[in-house]
Design a binder for this molecule. Structure first.
Ligand SMILES: Nc1nc2c(c(=O)[nH]1)N[C@H]1C(S)=C(S)[C@@H](COP(=O)(O)O)O[C@H]1N2
Ligand SMILES: [Mo]
Length: 321
């Protein structure tokens, strides 16, 4: 069977580098949006008093928000995070997703949580928003070798999983995206086994770093970032971060995922950020932080090795890529 690789994640970061830069006008606009938003954040993370430039790798812009992750990395701007998106149900063009998803309907919304659980439940989005905890700043690394640092609003997935009481036979969690033919023009693209679906091992899903995001920069999640609720797994490549989730299912077998179905030799089930294991068509040893001039080395597990490496002890990560 022949499969077209035409639309499989293309390293287009090179082509769009210029547009990833903010003009001074856009930058000031982003500052405006962001300072209002950070006031709204219930539990704002560490804030640096004065805007700074960090090192020589940065363009001569001050950090837009003063927010940093736990490695001291400044967050990307709201403008960057919401205008460079992978969401194939809308478009393969990262810069077209924002516009094409503008009319996507996210109310009413519910997430069905079932499978191997004692207490299956369907949660309305209003019920899910009650789980919201504090803002979390995570680095996100995409397989096409670009990255961003994003201040998510959300809650730990384990909170939701505990509520449905997993059976001891449950070993994996499967996630499914809505399939809205009316509002998602990308669904007409041939060759993809829609709906988009993803999976985690249960211990990965229960890890405290794994969150369901319901917002960013203190605001509700923009459509292009996966409204109203999406997964964030900060030590894995971006494609694990399934958007606009409608179903979560606990299973005893490793679930098939969209990417490992379309191109099993390129995208494995685990998809841990690993600079030592290249994608067959390009290196994963370095990355471009959106907004920066030069590439930077990629960190094992995206910099979260201390927290998550033990999940994979004894596993060969070049086999389980
Ligand atoms: N439903 C769905 N979820 C998805 C995708 C997609 O095409 N459809 N793309 C994935 C990929 S490849 C990446 S890199 C991230 C991008 O998330 P962001 O747009 O919030 O940066 O979303 C992931 N989640
Ligand atoms: Mo991606």
């Amino acid at each position: 069977m022949e499969k077209s690789l035409r639309h499989i994640e293309i390293p287009s970061s090179e082509i769009t580098l210029e547009s990833a830069y903010l003009s001074r006008r856009d930058f000031l606009k982003a500052m405006g949006i962001v300072s209002a938003a950070s006031l709204l954040a219930a539990c704002a993370p560490q804030v640096i008093g004065t805007p700074t430039t960090t090192g020589t790798n940065q363009p001569s812009l001050p950090t837009a928000t003063g927010l940093v992750d736990e490695l001291g990395e400044p967050t990307n701007t709201f403008e960057q995070i919401t205008n460079y998106n992978n969401y194939y149900e809308f478009s393969f063009d990262k810069e077209a997703v924002a516009r094409l998803s503008a009319n996507f309907k996210t109310t009413p919304w519910a997430v069905e949580v079932g499978g191997l659980v004692h207490n299956p439940q369907t949660f309305s989005i209003e019920e899910l928003l009650k789980f919201e905890q504090k803002e979390r700043i995570y680095r996100m690394r995409c397989v096409e070798a670009w990255s961003m640092v994003i201040p998510w609003v959300g809650f730990e997935l384990n909170e939701l999983l505990k509520a449905v009481e997993p059976m001891t036979s449950a070993k994996y969690v499967r996630f499914v995206t809505v399939q809205d033919e009316e509002h998602m023009p990308g669904l007409r693209a041939p060759g993809y086994p829609w709906p988009y679906n993803e999976g985690l091992r249960l211990d990965e899903a229960m890890h405290r770093l794994t969150i369901l995001a319901t917002g960013l920069y203190g605001e509700s999640l923009p459509n292009q970032n996966g409204a109203p609720i999406r997964l964030v797994v900060p030590w894995k490549y971006g494609f694990k971060s399934i958007k606009s989730i409608i179903r979560i299912e606990l299973t005893d077998e490793e679930p098939a995922t969209l990417w490992s179905t379309v191109a099993p030799n390129e995208y494995g089930f685990y998809a841990n950020v690993n600079p030592e294991v290249d994608h067959p068509r390009w290196s994963q040893a370095s990355e471009r932080r959106i907004g920066e001039l030069s590439r930077r080395p990629t960190l094992m597990f995206n910099g979260y090795a201390e927290e998550v490496a033990s999940l994979y002890s004894g596993m060969d990560l070049s086999v389980n890529y």
